[in-house]
Ligand binder design. Structure first.
Ligand code: GDP
Length: 434
């Protein structure tokens, strides 16, 4: 998904506009009580196209003078976004800070959509004229408070988004990324993996937009490691704004087949670990949970079981993900990572025979009858078929789709998993009327 960043001085109305665009559809990473105040990442949709949106004003960059804060925001937006929405204040008029930011944006050559906010009445339109002097092209008059003008602005955002750049990797190449909060050992793991004896790293890194990918081969299998969180491009900005690396992680997940979710076995699991893992799951990627720094953990014969239980409880939605306990530092068990990546990637793309699937459904229904609703209508599954891979997606043709409740869907999923080995990949089940 393309990334749209909102930039502008404090109080120009960035978060109002952000909230209007995101609506109720808040990305899972921020979808927790208590963080609504600094809800800065979301997903929006316009003309059937989804995009990530970020309110750079919500990024905590410490106590700095406004002009410097804005410079940081603009830098981040320029680095990360495909389109920048620059919001200025029609009531206050043009300021020096606006001019400075406009120059930075202009020089970046990224597409910029300039919106003058707080134009609540048509008589105020003439206040927008000054802003043409910023040299950023068309000026969109909007009112975040009333929601006016946002449609035109979003049309412009939509048409400014570069056409999706297709990843030009072979279909057989496994695209993988390593995600996790700062200091869990992502870079160490990547270095250990790429340093493995049987791993041959191509000389030329593949570049897709701003990310630096590392293609490599092991045992005749091609992989590409998609960079996240500036692991291989760590600038001052990233150090001061760790939070921003979430966005990089989201983008990397979008492009991956397999995601390694790294947690720190020594420090344990924290809330932040769950957020990005949740996104990998939502995005339908194959997932492996890596418990790193296992060398530093004082262990007895029950430690691993205990930690595994904790992982399962904390990441219930990832109950299909294998867990690898390892040490990037001592290289202990790191040799299992790539074979596991390969396995889960194969399962992510596995197709099951329709007849076996339908036999399984018949058996499942015999064992556990389908639910009925208060009117006595019973769910009837007529036929099932797999419609997609990556992740495996199944459609059940039924009499009334509303009758397929979550718990029965879960049951069917478990039956499918008992018959076919889908370890490491989410699977999706939909009901359609037949
Ligand atoms: P990143 O921010 O997730 O990329 O984390 P780094 O790879 O930079 O590692 C953070 C710190 O943890 C560094 O001091 C590493 O030396 C240390 N570290 C990484 N992996 C391990 C490990 O397996 N065991 C131990 N004991 N320390 C590790």
């Amino acid at each position: 998904k393309p990334v749209v960043a909102i930039v502008g001085r404090p109080n120009v109305g960035k978060s109002t506009i952000f909230n209007r665009i995101v609506g109720e559809r808040v990305a899972i990473v921020e979808d927790k009580p208590g963080v609504t105040r600094d809800r800065i990442y979301g997903t929006g949709e316009w003309l059937n196209r989804e995009f990530h949106i970020i309110d750079t004003g919500g990024i905590d960059i410490g106590d700095e003078p406004i002009v410097r804060q804005m410079r940081h925001q603009a830098e981040l937006a320029i680095d990360e976004a495909d389109v920048i929405v620059f919001i200025v204040d029609g009531k206050e008029g043009l300021t020096g800070a606006d001019e400075e930011v406009a120059q930075m944006l202009y020089r970046s050559q990224k597409p910029v959509v300039l919106a003058v906010n707080k134009v609540d009445h048509p008589e105020m339109l003439e206040r927008t004229y000054d802003f043409y002097s910023l040299g950023l092209g068309e000026v969109f008059a909007i009112s975040g408070a009333h929601g006016r003008g946002l449609g035109d602005m979003l049309d412009e955002v939509h048409s400014s988004v570069p056409q999706d750049i297709e990843d030009d990797y072979d279909a057989d190449t496994i695209k993988m990324s390593v995600i996790g909060r700062p200091n869990v050992g992502k870079s160490s793991l990547v270095n250990t993996l790429l340093g493995e004896e049987r791993v041959i790293v191509s000389n030329v890194p593949g570049t897709t937009r701003d990310a630096v990918d590392t293609p490599f081969t092991r045992d005749d299998q091609d992989y590409v490691l998609i960079d996240t969180a500036g692991m291989r491009k760590r600038g001052k900005v990233y150090e001061t704004t760790e939070k921003y690396s979430v966005l990089r992680a989201l983008k990397a997940i979008d492009r991956s087949d397999v995601v390694l979710v790294v947690i720190d076995g020594y420090e344990g699991i924290i809330e932040q670990d769950k957020k990005i893992a949740g996104y990998a799951h939502e995005a339908g990627r194959a997932v492996i949970i890596v418990v790193n720094k296992w060398d530093a953990v004082e262990k007895d014969d029950k430690t691993m079981k205990r930690f595994e239980k904790e992982v399962r409880e904390s990441f219930q939605f990832l109950n299909y993900a294998p867990i690898l306990f390892l040490s990037a530092k001592t290289k202990q068990r790191v040799q299992h990572v790539l074979p596991t990546v390969k396995e889960v990637s194969e399962r992510h793309n596995m197709r099951v025979p329709t007849n076996v699937l339908n036999d399984l459904i018949v058996d499942a229904v015999t064992m556990n009858p389908t639910p009925t609703d208060h009117r006595g209508h019973r769910l009837r599954i007529k036929y099932a078929t797999q419609v997609a891979v990556g992740p495996p997606t199944f459609v059940l043709f039924v009499n009334e789709p509303e009758l397929l409740h979550f718990s029965y869907e879960r049951f069917i999923e478990n039956q499918i998993r008992e018959t076919f080995d889908f370890e490491g990949t989410p699977i999706r089940i939909f009901a359609r009327k037949k």
